[in-house]
Design a protein around this ligand. Structure first.
Ligand code: AMP
Length: 186
């Protein structure tokens, strides 16, 4: 069974996703990471993608859906996926659900919940070590948090109504949160 991880920016979702992969053999699909690779490619598409990421806007639907389809529908790797950063709005959710049905994959979702101001401090700290332009100023982070509330929360609500979501408290140390995440996956 695949896992879709949800959580506002700075919830520690990326860290938890990597721990699940290392510990339980999941395969990671990190939407932002895949898009940052394209942004760094030096192509015309890369420049376009970079401009969306730097502004804190969602990259166009076709770009992200083509990337995820290319990876997920590869039948040669049997490991279950952790999806981090997708689906991010209701249009993506519809396409994602259809893709999963077509590829005969099933998933559960986990939402990691945190206090928003604590999340903001975490991101500003991360910007210093990872050098991400989109993390360096509060305005861009607030815009992405707003996008999460407006666009991604309706996706979580729909999955919740379908009984697919487990909530995990994201406050606490990385290892404490991981214990809860692991329980949710078991
Ligand atoms: P993240 O690393 O998840 O914070 O994503 C960084 C940036 O990549 C976002 O602010 C968007 O510009 C872009 N991005 C990530 N995932 C998606 C997605 N599913 N759809 C569109 N854009 C995305």
């Amino acid at each position: 069974m695949d896992i879709v991880l949800f959580g506002i920016q700075g919830s520690g979702k990326g860290t938890q996703a990597k721990k699940l992969c290392a510990d339980l053999g999941y395969r990671l699909f990190e939407a932002g990471g895949e898009l940052r690779k394209i942004a760094a490619s030096g192509t015309e598409l890369g420049d376009t993608v970079k401009s969306y990421i730097d502004a804190g806007h969602l990259v166009p639907f076709d770009v992200i859906m083509n990337v995820v389809k290319g990876v997920v529908c590869d039948p040669s790797d049997k490991r279950p996926f952790i999806f981090d950063g997708i689906p991010r709005d209701v249009d993506q959710m519809r396409a994602f659900d259809e893709m999963m049905r077509d590829c005969k994959r099933d998933f559960r979702a986990i939402e990691i919940t945190v206090n928003e101001e604590a999340a903001m401090r975490r991101i500003l700290g991360r910007a210093k070590t990872e050098g991400r332009a989109d993390d360096a100023n509060e305005e861009s982070i607030r815009r992405r948090m707003k996008l999460f509330h407006e666009k991604t929360e309706p996706v979580i609500a729909a999955y919740r109504a379908a009984g697919k979501v487990t909530d995990v408290d994201g406050e606490g140390s990385v290892d404490e949160v991981y214990r809860h995440v692991k329980n949710a996956v078991a």
